[in-house]
Write a protein that binds this ligand. Structure first.
Ligand SMILES: C[S@@+](CC[C@H](N)C(=O)[O-])C[C@H]1O[C@@H](n2cnc3c(N)ncnc32)[C@H](O)[C@@H]1O
Length: 240
């Protein structure tokens, strides 16, 4: 497993402070392997992910840090699910291409891209626990990912052919930054696909819906309820 986690310099100061509050002896990977269940992904039965359940005690991961990131990586999100389903059904979209999975969480979209024949897959997230989970999930599904703990949104377009963003438009401020970054990527000739269950901050007016699925979304309460979710490309010329 290639892992760029240690070499990152672009993690925010807040993230760094958070990392310091965690005792160095706490082994997040061991915690995930012990406390979460490796379960098949609905609609993608040959993929298994470490998934939270009622006894997972995920609150332990944050320790005493009130700013600890929410454990998004432990749940199934409609945006990642729809993107993963679309790529599984259309593997030519990523085959022989360099892919970035932006906001990888569990790593689901990255794993599907690797399975579909991408040349390389960078799985990026700002949450160190997500990186640990994505590493375990990649290994469980027999794929190689380049794991990157970083916030790429204020930087230049990455050296990839395709950026995939599953469920990254759940917060207004983040959605603005994500859209600006993805439009920069698009202007640089990089293909962009977004998966989202029509959350409020999704900039629908800037997107073309190319596919829809009904998929489970933890945002609906975690009872397996399904949401209508879309796969979107960016409009060619942003209406600025
Ligand atoms: C709702 S989860 C979706 C995870 C995954 N893509 C999926 O659909 O299952 C959003 C993820 O985006 C990550 N994230 C938030 N802001 C980010 C940023 N600026 N850069 C990279 N990842 C970010 C979060 O840590 C979280 O893991």
């Amino acid at each position: 497993m290639r892992d760029k986690t240690e070499s990152m310099t672009s993690v925010s100061a807040a993230d760094g402070a958070h990392a310091q509050k965690r005792t160095s002896s706490f082994d997040v990977s061991a915690f995930i392997a012990r406390n979460l269940q490796l379960l098949p992904v609905p609609g993608l039965q040959d993929i298994q992910l470490y998934t939270a359940h009622s006894g997972s005690r995920l609150s332990r991961l944050g320790g005493t840090d009130p700013d600890a990131p929410a454990p998004y990586w432990a749940y199934g999100w409609g945006g990642g699910a729809v993107l993963a389903r679309h790529i599984a059904e259309n593997p030519h979209l990523v085959r022989d291409r360099r892919v970035l999975d932006l906001g990888t969480g569990s790593g689901l979209v990255a794993i599907i891209a690797a399975r579909a024949g991408a040349t390389s897959v960078v799985a990026a997230d700002i949450d160190e626990n997500a990186i640990a989970a994505a590493r375990l999930n990649a290994a469980a599904n027999g794929v190689e990912l380049d794991l990157l703990r970083a916030d790429l949104l204020d930087g230049p377009p990455p050296s990839v052919d395709m950026v995939l963003a599953g469920d990254l438009f759940y917060d207004e401020a983040l959605a603005k930054r994500a859209l600006a970054f993805l439009e920069t990527c698009r202007a640089a000739g990089i293909d962009v696909l977004i998966g989202d269950p029509y959350r409020a901050p999704l900039p629908k007016e800037r997107l073309h819906c190319i596919s829809e699925f009904s998929v489970p979304d933890f945002g609906l309460g975690g009872d397996g309820s399904e949401a209508r979710a879309g796969v979107f490309s960016l409009a060619t010329v942003p209406d600025l």
